[in-house]
Write a protein of this length. Structure first.
Length: 254
């Protein structure tokens, strides 16, 4: 059976219990474009949410977001921003915006793997430089907004947790985030299953993981007097970015 990259699911979807972190975020959110990031200062709001004591509740809430029936059933309609989206936008825009909020919630769920003390320290350190805090938050939001699959936002949160724990440098995080953005979730699922035996992956998967920066490629060329024509073979090997993505993001309870 193929291993999958799973996102947190709500344990109880009979009601919506809105945490302090998500409430702060959604109350400052309108639809996602660069002008809104600047105007609403969403970057600072995201960083503030990272340090929230109730961040672990995000996992349960994430499954409540982005389903069209959720607002119709009244689970989230009392939260002003969700009610506003539902009334003001067409179905396409409403779904798009709710999906963005779900990606943010899943990112925060991944971040919650860092301890509350570590997250609070990270937030307080950034609060000492308001402009830098805003820049970090905005860059994270732009990364999240590019994700075409929800699983990627959760994985990005897990990677960010390692930055907060000071186990991952900022430079490595950016490399990991770029690789995550370029990879397909299906290729990452195959990597999670076969990372100890890369050669057993289908060639198309190896090529995809190489193109997104998780594998290195080595070309072996051989020519002899008897066989003047060069014979070449291509071998792929997991590189440091791939190793860290497995350790920090793809390994359960890493």
């Amino acid at each position: 059976m193929t291993e999958t990259i799973s996102c947190p699911k709500a344990e109880n979807q009979s009601k919506c219990v809105c945490s302090e972190a998500l409430l702060r975020l959604v109350h400052s959110t309108e639809y996602m474009n660069p002008e809104d990031i600047e105007e609403k200062n969403l970057g600072a709001s995201l960083i503030e949410s990272v340090g929230a004591s109730s961040l672990s509740e995000i996992a349960g809430e994430a499954a409540e977001i982005a389903l069209d029936s959720t607002l119709k059933d009244g689970l989230l309609k009392d939260i002003p921003v969700f009610g506003w989206f539902f009334k003001a936008y067409s179905a396409y825009h409403s779904i798009t915006d709710r999906m963005f909020l779900k990606k943010v919630a899943l990112f925060l769920s991944g971040v919650s793997e860092a301890s509350e003390n570590e997250r609070e320290k990270f937030r307080n350190d950034l609060n000492n430089d308001v402009e830098f805090r805003k820049k970090v938050g905005e860059n994270l939001l732009l990364l999240i907004n590019k994700h075409e699959r929800l699983e990627k936002s959760y994985l990005l949160g897990k990677l960010m947790a390692k930055v907060i724990e000071e186990k991952c440098s900022n430079e490595l995080f950016l490399r990991l985030a770029a690789a995550l953005d370029r990879a397909t979730v299906e290729d990452l699922e195959d990597l999670k299953k076969h990372w100890q035996s890369i050669k057993n992956l289908p060639e198309s998967v190896q090529q995809g993981l190489y193109k997104c920066g998780l594998l290195d490629m080595k070309i072996n060329a051989v020519a002899t007097d008897i066989m003047p024509h060069v014979s070449a073979s291509i071998n792929y090997k997991l590189n440091i970015v791939g190793e860290k993505l497995i350790e920090y993001g793809l390994t359960d309870n890493s």
